[in-house]
Design a protein around this ligand. Structure first.
Ligand code: FAD
Ligand code: DHB
Length: 394
């Protein structure tokens, strides 16, 4: 093919996983090409995660993109849980012996990564259509794609599938070679972004008889709020006024009383799902991030689980190219999955404890209530939440 590009690592997907890996590899002299289906503006318009574990922030710094994050991000030493109107604070820093989380939006860190790739002349190809991996079980895999009506081919040593849950990478592995584990929850999260002062300095995860709610933030003048909604609901069902009324009804009275409301600048509904694909490698194709696993957002583990995959892959690739040592690549799937499943457990547990499940039988309902009561009364249980929330070690 006339338009053939040669590289070492072909990366499908220009979300946080793909961009972070290409940046880290570049700093070690390893060449990559990132193929992204959407435009840059589209990728940057997606409002997603907001809470970063220390492992993630360390990786941002290692990638040379931590400067704005360290300037503008907010360190949170604690997080709040409200149970039917009563607010409880979990002191993350004290319970973990010094660990905290950083509030810095996915949109911002993606922008930082794009700028860093530009500054190093990184090859990030947007609006790459019909990306397809080929010969993934051979030593000479390649990618094909179309752009502006022309066909291209990328020859590489390895392909990284960092193309999210709906991407092409996982689907290109024969069904007989993988096992998928999935749990779909009977509700979604309606989220809004508003240019209002956050109602509280720290995040509030709220359990109430009307359903779950979350108060989060992006900065001192930008708030992010969510409420649990039935799966059938659409954004059109939720005027701003209805959203604010429902949020207030799910929060402790004094918190609701000081909630600043205003027009939403973004509003969307996301279904909740737990999903894991095993193994995360097939031949010379490696899956990373949402392409391999999804968590329900309670507990903020989605983006952070992507970061640990990238950490393992990055170190494995550096060992391979610098020393010819393939052991990290060979153990990647097993190593990454061990941490992925722990994040799955934690996200499932937080989700189960804090949401209202339609048609739940009374016994399960009582168990849920006592789970939260026990959790709030036991320092051991709060320590367990804290160590998971700040992030288990990579
Ligand atoms: P993605 O960010 O999905 O990036 C994959 C990229 O691949 C995308 O840019 C996509 O356009 C591209 N792509 C897809 N298919 C192709 C293809 N065939 N060819 C080329 N490119 C392709 N996590 C949290 O922790 N908290 C949250 O509040 C939260 N909210 C979320 C809300 C939504 C609606 C979604 C979908 C996810 C949310 N997450 C949240 C999860 C978090 O955003 C993800 O875990 C994170 O984005 C994973 O990064 P990634 O790079 O692996 O995947
Ligand atoms: C945010 C999202 C989450 O899922 C979460 O657990 C915490 C914060 C957010 O978008 O700010």
């Amino acid at each position: 093919m006339a338009n053939t590009i040669k590289t070492q690592v072909g990366i499908i997907g220009g979300g946080p996983s793909g961009l972070m890996l290409s940046q880290l590899l570049d700093l070690k002299g390893i060449d990559s090409v990132v193929l992204e289906r959407k435009s840059r503006d589209y990728v940057l318009s997606r409002i997603r995660a907001g809470v970063l574990e220390q492992g993630f922030t360390d990786l941002m710094r290692e990638a040379g993109v931590g400067e704005r994050m360290d300037r503008e991000g907010e360190i949170h030493e604690g997080v709040c849980i409200s149970d039917n109107g009563v607010l409880h604070r979990i002191d993350l820093e004290k319970l973990t012996g010094g660990d905290t989380v950083m509030v810095y939006g996915q949109t911002e860190l993606t922008r930082d990564l794009y700028e860093a790739r530009d500054a190093r002349n990184g090859k990030v190809i947007h609006e790459a259509e019909d990306v397809q991996p080929h010969d993934i079980t051979t030593d000479a895999p390649y990618l094909t794609y179309t752009k502006d009506g022309e066909e291209y081919r990328v020859d590489c040593d390895f392909i990284i599938g960092a193309d999210g849950f709906h991407g092409v990478s996982r689907k290109s592995i024969p069904e007989s070679e993988i096992r998928e584990y999935e749990k779909v929850y009977p509700f979604g999260w309606l989220g809004i972004l508003s240019e209002t002062k956050p109602v509280h300095d720290e995040l509030i995860y709220a359990r109430s008889e009307r359903g779950f709610a979350l108060c989060s933030l992006r900065s001192r003048v930008l708030s992010r709020y969510y409420v649990q909604v039935p799966l059938e609901d659409t954004v059109e069902d939720w005027s701003d006024e209805r959203f604010w009324d429902e949020l207030k009804a799910r929060l402790p009275e004094d918190v609701a009383a000081r909630l600043e409301t205003g027009p939403s600048i973004e509003k969307s509904i996301a279904p909740l799902r737990s999903f894991v694909c095993e193994p995360m490698r097939y031949g010379n194709l490696f899956l990373a991030g949402d392409a391999a696993h999804i968590v329900p957002p309670t507990g903020a583990k989605g983006l952070n689980s992507a970061a640990s995959d990238i950490y393992y892959l990055y170190h494995a690739m550096v060992a391979y190219y610098a020393e010819g040592d393939a052991s990290g690549l060979d153990s990647y799937s097993e190593t990454a999955l061990r941490r992925v499943w722990k994040a799955q457990r934690f996200s499932w547990w937080m989700t189960s404890m804090l949401h209202q499940f339609p048609n739940e039988d009374p016994f399960d309902q009582r168990l849920q209530e006592i789970e939260l009561e026990y959790f709030l009364s036991s320092e051991a249980a709060r320590t367990s939440l804290a160590e998971n929330y700040v992030g288990l070690p990579f």
